[in-house]
Design a protein around this ligand. Structure first.
Ligand code: ADP
Ligand code: ASP
Ligand code: MG
Length: 424
C-alpha cells in the first residue's frame, strides 16, 4: 500500500465526461489499496473568465486605473476550484468510492498575506491522513489557501501544481502525480515542436529552469517544493485509458519523473528548450557612466515591484556616457517607463526607448557545467536562420537569448534540432 497525491489540471476536468474519467483514474488507485488525496484545478478557461470579470467591472466615470481589492480578486478566482472539487467528489461517490471535497481553508492550507500570489506556509495534514486511513479520498480544491487575515488567498496562476506538491509533502505521500494534457515533460513544448521527445526523467534543477523560463507544464514553486521536500513527482497524462496496462504501476508509472540529478544515468549536455513570450526591452541612452547609476535605475523599479530580467550595459565610448538595456514583462512596460520618467533627473539619461512583443528562448541542461561551446552552437544555428539576437544571459546550466517575437517558433525548433534533441 502507498499514499498517493493525484493532481488534475484544467483540461483534465474541462467538462463532466472528463471529470468522470478522472474519477476512474482515482478509483484505479483506490481499488489497488492505496491511500489517495486528489487536487483539482478549475475547468479549463474558467480561471481566465473569473479574472476577466474582476478586471472588467465598470468603473465610476473619471476613475482611471483598474483598481480592485486583491482579497476580493481571490474570493472570486478561487471559486473555479470549489466547483470541480465538489463535482469530482460526486463522481467518485457515484462509483462507490468514499470521497469528500475540501476547500483550502477547511484543511487548513495556511498561506502568507500576498493575495493573488500567496505562498503556502503550513499545511496541517492530520485530518486528511486520519480519513485516508479510514478509506476516504480527500478531493482538495487547488490554487487556494487561507491567509493570516482569515481570507481566501490564491497561489498565482498554475498554482494547483503547488497545492498538490505541498499536500504531498504535508501528508508524507510516497508519490505526487501531476496529470495533465501531455504524457510527460518533453524536450520542448510539443505544441511548438512535434518532434519533441518525452523525457523519462528530468533533474529538479533543470525542471526549475524550464519552468522559470516559460515551460508552463509545472508552476515554478511546485518544483521548488518538490526539490526541498524530496517529493517523488511524476508528470503524466489524464487522457490515457485509466485501465490500460501499466497505468497503476507503483514504481514506474508512465510519464516523466522529476528527480535528483544522481538518479539520471545518461545525462545529455542539453536537456530542453523553453520559451517565454511577452518580454519587452527598455533602453536608456546616454547615461552618465558613474558609480551608483545602476542603483538609481533598478532601485526604484524594484520598489515598484517590476521584475527586471536581462541587463546589458554597453562600454562607454568616451568614458563619460553609456547605454543600459534591460528586459521586463510586456505588461509592466508602461509602469516602468513612468517610474523611469519620474526619476529622470536622478538617473541622468538622455532618452528612453522601449519595444514590446519580444521572446526569450532558453537552452537548459546540467551537462553544460562540464561542456564548452554550447552557447556558440546556439548562436551559429540562429545566425544561419537569419535570427537576430538582442540580448543574452547565461548561468551554469542555461543560456537565454532575446529575439523578435515573430521568430519564436523558428528559434525553438532551430535550437531543438541543433542539439540533436529531435533524434532518439
Ligand atoms: P494543466 O491545465 O494540466 O495544469 P498546463 O496547460 O498548465 O496544464 O500545462 C500543460 C502544457 O504545458 C502542455 O499542454 C504543453 O503545451 C505545455 N508545455 C510547455 N512546455 C512543455 C514541455 N517542455 N513539456 C511538456 N509540456 C509543455
Ligand atoms: N486554475 C488556476 C489557473 O488557471 C490554477 C491551476 O490551474 O493550476 O491558474
Ligand atoms: Mg498548469
Amino acid at each position: 500500500m502507498a499514499r498517493i497525491v493525484m493532481k488534475f489540471g484544467g483540461t483534465s476536468v474541462a467538462n463532466l465526461e472528463r471529470i468522470y474519467n478522472v474519477a476512474r483514474h482515482v478509483k484505479r488507485e483506490v481499488d489497488a489499496g492505496h491511500e489517495v488525496a486528489v487536487v483539482v484545478s478549475a475547468m479549463s478557461g474558467k480561471t481566465n473568465e473569473l479574472v476577466d470579470w474582476v478586471q472588467n467591472m465598470p468603473k465610476v466615470a473619471g476613475a482611471d486605473s483598474p483598481f480592485y481589492d486583491a482579497r476580493e480578486y481571490d474570493a472570486v478566482v478561487a471559486s473555479g476550484e470549489q466547483v470541480t472539487s465538489g463535482l469530482l467528489a460526486i463522481a467518485l461517490q457515484s462509483m462507490g468510492v468514499n470521497a469528500r471535497s475540501w476547500q483550502g481553508w477547511q484543511i487548513p492550507i495556511k498561506t502568507d498575506n500576498a493575495h493573488g500570489a500567496a505562498r503556502i506556509q503550513e499545511i496541517d495534514g492530520a485530518e486528511i491522513i486520519r480519513r485516508m486511513g479510514e478509506g476516504q479520498v480527500a478531493v482538495v480544491a487547488g490554487f487556494q489557501g487561507i491567509g493570516p487575515d482569515n481570507r481566501i488567498a490564491t497561489l498565482g496562476r498554475g498554482g494547483s501544481d503547488t497545492s498538490a506538491v505541498a499536500i504531498a509533502a504535508g501528508v508524507k505521500a510516497d508519490r505526487c502525480d501531476i496529470y495533465t494534457d501531455v504524457d510527460g515533460v518533453y524536450t520542448t513544448d510539443p505544441r511548438i515542436e512535434p518532434k519533441a521527445r518525452r523525457l523519462k526523467k528530468i533533474a529538479f534543477e533543470e525542471m526549475l529552469e524550464m519552468a522559470s523560463l516559460g515551460a508552463k507544464v509545472l508552476q515554478v514553486r511546485s518544483v521548488e517544493l518538490a526539490m526541498v521536500h524530496k517529493v517523488r513527482t511524476f508528470v503524466r497524462s489524464s487522457f490515457e485509458d485509466p485501465d490500460a496496462p501499466g497505468m497503476g504501476d507503483l514504481l514506474n508509472p508512465p510519464g516523466t519523473l522529476i528527480c535528483d540529478e544522481e538518479e539520471i544515468v545518461e545525462q545529455e549536455v542539453v536537456t530542453g528548450i523553453a520559451y517565454a513570450k511577452d518580454e519587452a526591452q527598455i533602453s536608456l541612452r546616454r547615461l552618465a557612466d558613474r558609480p551608483g547609476v545602476s542603483a538609481a535605475i533598478f532601485g526604484p523599479l524594484a520598489e515598484a515591484h517590476i521584475n527586471v530580467d536581462m541587463i546589458v550595459q554597453n562600454i562607454s565610448e568616451d568614458g563619460s556616457k553609456t547605454d543600459m538595456t534591460f528586459t521586463v514583462p510586456s505588461g509592466d512596460v508602461d509602469k516602468a517607463l513612468s517610474v523611469l520618467g519620474s526619476n529622470k533627473e536622478k538617473i541622468g539619461f538622455d532618452v528612453v526607448q522601449s519595444e514590446k512583443g519580444l521572446v526569450k528562448v532558453s537552452v537548459i541542461g546540467i551537462g553544460m557545467r562540464s561542456h564548452a561551446g554550447v552557447a556558440a552552437t546556439a548562436f551559429k544555428a540562429l545566425a544561419e536562420k537569419g535570427i537576430n539576437i538582442k540580448a543574452i544571459t547565461t548561468s551554469e546550466i542555461k543560456i537565454s537569448i532575446l529575439i523578435d517575437g515573430p521568430y519564436a517558433e523558428l528559434a525553438v525548433r532551430t535550437l531543438h534540432s541543433c542539439y540533436g534533441l529531435d533524434k532518439n
